[in-house]
Design a protein around this ligand. Structure first.
Ligand SMILES: Cc1ncc(COP(=O)(O)O)c(C=O)c1O
Length: 447
């Protein structure tokens, strides 16, 4: 059984998990399965830092799942990102699995929930290899399940929705009872879809092939990562429908998922895949993936969110002794929306305080810089600064209370090492302000 952390994050507050367990038995989601969730992993880097892998993409998908089922979370996406970091810290987990979950609470019963409260949780636990000790090394045995993925219009393939998982749970149970490690599911047209909680890839004659996103599959974040890494490795990639036969005759096959990472498949329906051992392309992609999640990949700093250690609130040394500093209020213009490198900088004080404070700075002007690229209507609606980050506009190194996105560039990192500085340097690239984007919108609608 997973060793779930004693602390969870609930709508902006860290509470004991036993208190969260008092959530009502009449919780709507418990009865009808309309809820959205995510599974996210945090890894320990070689230098001991905790890194959350592709946090912004996971939280974006969480909000998109909510949109599909018309749930409007009451907290912002950026607060959930912050919650993920806090839960890891509060449970003293240097690596582990994060489970954000958005549910409809007690209120209207029946199939037409109206005005039910929306609750957002984040829990965390330590989680080793999902599919067994030597799954990553030797590969697993899969069976094609008798359950099929619902037709595209019988559910939401793009949503990670609680109720939809009944099929995955039943498929997994079916094949486990039959003595296999994991279930593979076909779609309503009889084509290969995905695993119970993973996407599927095959290799045939040196080409990497995976079902396309137009089939009934979750748009896996690990899937996207693997496609990027494969292209960088010069491996030809195809996204196309795959019949079951193609899987059985593949040279290599593997599953991808946040929990399963990159798990080789050595057998499907009692047929050996390829040579029965882990193939060279699978091995190479595994190596690249594990380097990426641990922050050893220089090419993708935007995939990483560093969790800073808990530290004391910001304090500055001044001639009159220590004093607390408010976080600088965000300002209006595009250039000004860039947070300063450090709240102490530019105030004539020495930057000796930790850049990452554990407590949220006070003051009504505080806004959390949103790392989510276009995180959906609600986030941007709540984002009073009015900007939406685009992937290119992601911060290179962003250090807000307890959490920073992306790694410092090698130049900054080596300068930091040389100076012995422990803090991250915050520098956000330019973003458009509310006024600029309104002007841009007006111009495009006028055209
Ligand atoms: C049904 C299903 N497919 C695929 C995946 C893989 O998605 P990701 O790589 O984003 O974890 C998951 C896991 O979340 C899943 O539950």
């Amino acid at each position: 059984m997973a060793n779930i952390g004693a602390k969870v994050w609930l709508d902006g507050k860290i509470i004991d998990r036993v208190d969260a367990a008092r959530v009502s038995l009449l919780t709507h989601t418990l009865h009808y399965g309309v809820g959205a969730f995510e599974g996210i992993r945090a890894y320990r880097s070689e230098n001991g830092e905790t890194i959350i892998f592709r946090l912004s993409e996971h939280i974006r998908r969480l909000y998109e799942s909510c949109r599909l089922v018309m749930i409007e979370p009451t907290v912002t996406a950026e607060a959930v990102c912050q919650g993920c970091a806090e839960v890891l810290r509060e449970n003293q987990l240097t690596e582990g699995y994060l489970r954000p979950l958005v549910i409809l609470g007690e209120g209207a019963m029946g199939l037409y929930p109206q005005g039910n409260p929306v609750l957002t949780f984040v829990a965390a636990w330590a989680w080793g290899t999902y599919l067994g000790q030597d799954a990553l090394e030797r590969g697993i045995r899969c069976k094609i399940s008798s359950y099929v993925r619902p037709h595209l219009n019988s559910g939401f393939s793009r949503g990670k929705l609680t109720g939809q998982y009944i099929i995955s749970v039943m498929a997994k149970r079916e094949v486990k009872i039959a003595g296999y490690d994991e279930a593979l599911l076909l779609d309503a047209n009889g084509m290969l879809a995905e695993g119970s909680g993973e996407n599927v890839f095959i290799v045939r004659d040196g080409v990497l092939i995976t079902p396309s996103l137009t089939s009934s599959i979750l748009a896996g974040i690990t899937r996207a990562t693997v496609l990027t890494l494969a292209r960088e490795e010069g491996i030809p990639v195809l996204e196309q429908p795959l019949p079951r036969d193609a899987l059985l005759l593949a040279d290599e096959a593997f599953l991808t998922g946040t929990a399963a990472e990159i798990t080789p498949v050595r057998e499907v329906d009692d047929r050996t895949i390829g040579s029965g051992s882990v193939g060279p392309i699978t091995r190479r992609l595994q190596e690249r993936y594990f380097a990426a999640v641990r922050g050893a990949e220089p090419n993708h700093p935007q995939w990483l969110t560093r969790v800073c250690a808990k530290s004391r609130p910001l304090q500055a040394r001044s001639r009159t002794g220590p004093r607390s500093l408010a976080w600088p209020a965000p300002r209006r213009s595009a250039r000004r929306l860039r947070p300063r490198a450090h709240p102490l900088r530019g105030r004539g004080t020495r930057a000796s305080a930790p850049a990452c404070a554990s407590s949220k700075p006070r003051g009504k002007a505080w806004r959390f810089p949103c790392p989510i690229p276009a995180a959906g209507g609600w986030t941007s609606a709540r984002n009073t600064a009015g900007w939406r980050a685009t992937p290119r506009a992601l911060p290179r190194c962003w250090c807000a209370p307890g959490i920073s996105t992306a790694s410092p560039s090698p130049r900054i990192a080596s300068a930091k090492r040389a100076s012995g500085a422990s803090s991250c340097r915050a520098s956000l690239p330019r973003r458009s302000s509310a006024r600029t984007s309104a002007r841009w919108q007006a111009r495009t609608t006028a055209r």
